[in-house]
Design a protein around this ligand. Structure first.
Ligand code: HEC
Ligand code: HEC
Ligand code: HEC
Ligand code: HEC
Ligand code: HEC
Ligand code: HEC
Ligand code: HEC
Ligand code: HEC
Ligand code: HEC
Ligand code: HEC
Ligand code: HEC
Ligand code: HEC
Ligand code: HEC
Length: 453
């Protein structure tokens, strides 16, 4: 398409001034409205006369060069669109402009025809609802700024409701996410799923390659949880932050509600204090090592790490081996039974927690030379202490997390309101214990110790 030079314009103007008189008769009221032309013949003369359309008197507005001119209009190819055959249509413009525009814009036309989702006005060939066909002061000759353009047909209350409008929406950059004409994705999005968002949220790109990606991100991208337009907070979650996880994980909600003991952050729906809603290198989308997570809230317990001896699972940071981070029916959200008292009448099942990893024979075999080192000769002192009516519980002697004494023997225990120190002396073949409550007692696996009653 060739541009018209200023010389062309000059020549045309001279010519048209000469034929001004004959032209004037037709133009009077028709300059802006073909209805002033009474017959089809009038219209044909009007559009086809050798007079041309743009003169000092006729359609003078076209003499002004727009900042963004549309080539056929600025070059005087008015009849590319104004078609006498279309008479009596207003301005000689066919209602469905699609084919007219497509005549020159073949690439776009093909793109539209190949797409599954075509925008209503495009489908109707109403191209000029958005574009000024003659050119304008805006790029792509848009009739309005981007966001005003959309609101001429759409009520965008919902898109702009709430305190926090997403930056690109606020900026009116609807086109970054929506193709104004057509695309292969619902709502005519410009890309599919998470791609739509990570174009700008580059910090998420790396995450999308991690070993564990939350199912909704893979399936439908980000919009299951975030509203792309606006919301009550900067995160624009579609459901309140403390309910959003439950909105899909109803099974967890039910599970937690049935526990006698509920772990507070889980009960309150603060799942994201332990889980990433997006992705993780750790199983179950955990944000960090389990113990690190626990210690962020249970700060005082991080001192366990400084003790000389830590219990196997604690060394591994595996707090959830014993505690169910969501809740349980046992005290201290323990996964299995374990008595909290100092004394407890022995019952089978009572120490399931410990016997998940250790052998139950520890407390059920009276005489042994192998099952436990806590024996005097072959008398199993574990059985003696634990397996009786006034049984001592494991925690009477052991600290289940960590201790400064060997064999995880605690340095003190609480008895009623008193705190009683315990001193444990380990020997080659046995040990001695000096609790604050009674005199020293000893045991020896080789040479049985006689303790005073
Ligand atoms: C690309 C197609 C196209 C070209 C080229 C074009 N027009 Fe139009 N014109 C239209 C359409 C469509 C309308 C209908 C009103 C609207 O949508 O703005 C229109 C409306 C008009 C109107 C009436 C309303 C108004 O905006 O004043 C006049 C007058 C007019 N055109 C003159 C011209 C002249 C003169 C030329 C050539 C210099 C020209 N047009 C070139 C498409 C075109
Ligand atoms: C006679 C051929 C012709 C017709 C008919 C035509 N155009 Fe164009 N159009 C062009 C040319 C030439 C350009 C400038 C080159 C380009 O950018 O593609 C252009 C440019 C455009 C642009 C700007 C492109 C850009 O990248 O900024 C838009 C928007 C546009 N036309 C819309 C329309 C619409 C809407 C119609 C139908 C009402 C239409 N055109 C009809 C030839 C035509
Ligand atoms: C709902 C408004 C709207 C309608 C209807 C519409 N366009 Fe557009 N068009 C736009 C916007 C907005 C842009 C700017 C592109 C962007 O920012 O993504 C554009 C860009 C263009 C461009 C230049 C860039 C490109 O994609 O090639 C052409 C050509 C074009 N439109 C032609 C058409 C034609 C032809 C029709 C009718 C079949 C049409 N438009 C209907 C809004 C619209
Ligand atoms: C001329 C009127 C008009 C304009 C202007 C307009 N739209 Fe639309 N839009 C419609 C109509 C009619 C529909 C419904 C038909 C359909 O499914 O496309 C629609 C549908 C949509 C849909 C799909 C809704 C859905 O549930 O799938 C989106 C998204 C949309 N428009 C975005 C935009 C954006 C962004 C703009 C601004 C660039 C815009 N529209 C400008 C008329 C318009
Ligand atoms: C950051 C990407 C993004 C931007 C920017 C964006 N949208 Fe959307 N829009 C979406 C997504 C994603 C959907 C699909 C609906 C959903 O799942 O929330 C959508 C849906 C829509 C719909 C149809 C469904 C509905 O909510 O009614 C309309 C209309 C719409 N957008 C208009 C706009 C307008 C107008 C703008 C600019 C002011 C805009 N959008 C900017 C991503 C975006
Ligand atoms: C055109 C670029 C762009 C696109 C596309 C985009 N965003 Fe944004 N987003 C931003 C900008 C800019 C901010 C505000 C700056 C910030 O707080 O990081 C933002 C902020 C956010 C925030 C708030 C972050 C915070 O820490 O408060 C969320 C959540 C968000 N976007 C989600 C999405 C989702 C979901 C999509 C896809 C539907 C998306 N974004 C697509 C540019 C974009
Ligand atoms: C399953 C729901 C869900 C999905 C799906 C989801 N998010 Fe989020 N997103 C959240 C929640 C919940 C938060 C708040 C996390 C917090 O408070 O620690 C969040 C926070 C964010 C933030 C703020 C910074 C951060 O990392 O905490 C951004 C940005 C963000 N999301 C973007 C995205 C993008 C982009 C996608 C898609 C790739 C996406 N989200 C998918 C639920 C989701
Ligand atoms: C849109 C629905 C949806 C939302 C909202 C949602 N999830 Fe999911 N989530 C799923 C699906 C689907 C799976 C995969 C199927 C499954 O294992 O149950 C999954 C899996 C998980 C898993 C991994 C389970 C495993 O066995 O590996 C965790 C952990 C998880 N989600 C936590 C969360 C958290 C935390 C939130 C809130 C920020 C949340 N989910 C919100 C749908 C959702
Ligand atoms: C205190 C940290 C913490 C909180 C809070 C938490 N989780 Fe977990 N969650 C974990 C750990 C640790 C695992 C690993 C499983 C294990 O070791 O038993 C897990 C596992 C899961 C699993 C997969 C295995 C299973 O038990 O089903 C899902 C699903 C899950 N969590 C969802 C949630 C949801 C939903 C919430 C919020 C109601 C939530 N979590 C709150 C720490 C937590
Ligand atoms: C987001 C903060 C937070 C995180 C993370 C957290 N907790 Fe808690 N936990 C609490 C709160 C709050 C309570 C209730 C008040 C209290 O007893 O301190 C609690 C209580 C407990 C209790 C006592 C429960 C009862 O029924 O008496 C145990 C045991 C516990 N948490 C273990 C853990 C373990 C193990 C982890 C790591 C998997 C963990 N917590 C992670 C906040 C947290
Ligand atoms: C071998 C099992 C086991 C492991 C592993 C374990 N705990 Fe415990 N935890 C218990 C038992 C048993 C109790 C109850 C102690 C009692 O009855 O006095 C308890 C009590 C607690 C309490 C509440 C009382 C207190 O001492 O503050 C917290 C908090 C706690 N554990 C956190 C953790 C954390 C954090 C980890 C990981 C570093 C962890 N636990 C690992 C068994 C375990
Ligand atoms: C998840 C498995 C697991 C559970 C449950 C468990 N333990 Fe252990 N325990 C170990 C491992 C592994 C070791 C060896 C490493 C060490 O010395 O801590 C060990 C060692 C011990 C030791 C020290 C042995 C020595 O030779 O010094 C004691 C005492 C002990 N556990 C007591 C308990 C008690 C009491 C319980 C119940 C509250 C319990 N354990 C529950 C895994 C477990
Ligand atoms: C009266 C104090 C006391 C009680 C109660 C007690 N233990 Fe021990 N336990 C010890 C002593 C002392 C040792 C160290 C034996 C040695 O190595 O000389 C020990 C060692 C252990 C060991 C290391 C393996 C072995 O048997 O030598 C395990 C495991 C153990 N105890 C588990 C338990 C469990 C489980 C309970 C509760 C069912 C429990 N203990 C109750 C004092 C006690």
């Amino acid at each position: 398409m060739s541009r018209i030079s200023s010389a062309d314009i000059y020549r045309t103007i001279i010519l048209l001034v000469i034929i001004l008189v004959s032209c004037r008769g037709n133009v009077v009221s028709a300059a802006t409205d073909s209805e002033g032309l009474k017959t089809e013949k009038d219209f044909i003369i009007h559009t086809r006369g050798e007079k041309g359309c743009v003169t000092q008197q006729c359609h003078v507005q076209f003499l002004k060069r727009e900042e963004f001119p549309h080539e056929p209009a600025s070059s005087g190819a008015c009849d590319a669109c104004h078609n006498a055959g279309a008479y009596p249509a207003r301005f000689g413009i066919v209602a469905d402009q699609g084919p007219v525009c497509a005549g020159c814009h073949q690439n776009l036309d093909k793109e539209i025809k190949d797409s599954s989702f075509v925008h209503g006005p495009v489908r109707n060939g109403d191209c000029t609802a958005c574009h000024n066909p003659h050119g304008s002061g805006r790029q792509h000759f848009l009739r309005e700024t981007y966001s005003n353009l959309c609101s001429t047909c759409h009520n965008l209350k919902r898109q702009f409701s709430g305190d926090s409008v997403h930056q690109p929406v606020k900026d009116g950059n609807c086109g970054l996410c929506h193709d104004p004409h057509a695309s292969n994705y619902a709502s005519r999005l410009t890309d599919v799923g998470a791609n739509l968002c990570v174009i700008c949220h580059e910090e998420m790109v790396e995450g999308m390659t991690m070993d564990f990606i939350h199912a909704p991100l893979v399936k439908s991208g980000c919009s299951d949880c975030h509203d792309a337009h606006s919301g009550d907070s900067s995160l624009r979650l579609k459901t309140a932050a403390d309910k959003i996880c439950f909105s899909c994980h109803e099974e967890k909600k039910n599970e937690i509600s049935q526990y006698a003991r509920k772990h507070e952050p889980a009960e309150k729906g603060r799942c994201v204090s332990c889980h990433s809603p997006h992705f993780s290198q750790r199983k179950y989308l955990l944000l960090d090592k389990v113990d690190t997570l626990c210690f962020t809230c249970h700060k005082e317990n991080s001192s366990w790490k400084k003790r000389r001896f830590q219990h196997g699972p604690v060394v591994q940071g595996n707090c959830s081996a014993c505690h169910n981070p969501h809740g349980s029916d046992n005290p201290y959200i323990l996964r299995l039974a374990f008595p909290h008292a100092f004394y407890s009448a022995y019952e089978k099942g009572e120490y399931d927690l410990c016997f998940n990893c250790h052998k139950e024979a520890l407390v059920t075999t009276a005489k042994t030379a192998t099952i436990t080192n806590f024996r005097n000769g072959d008398t199993n002192l574990h059985m003696l202490h634990v397996n009786q009516k006034k049984g001592r519980t494991c925690r009477a002697c052991h600290d289940v997390h960590a201790s400064d004494q060997e064999d995880h023997i605690r340095t003190e225990f609480e008895f009623g309101s008193a705190t009683i120190p315990v001193e444990y002396i380990k020997t080659e073949t046995g040990g001695r214990c000096v609790p604050g409550c009674h005199s020293e007692r000893g045991y020896d696996r080789v040479k049985m110790v006689e303790n005073r009653k």
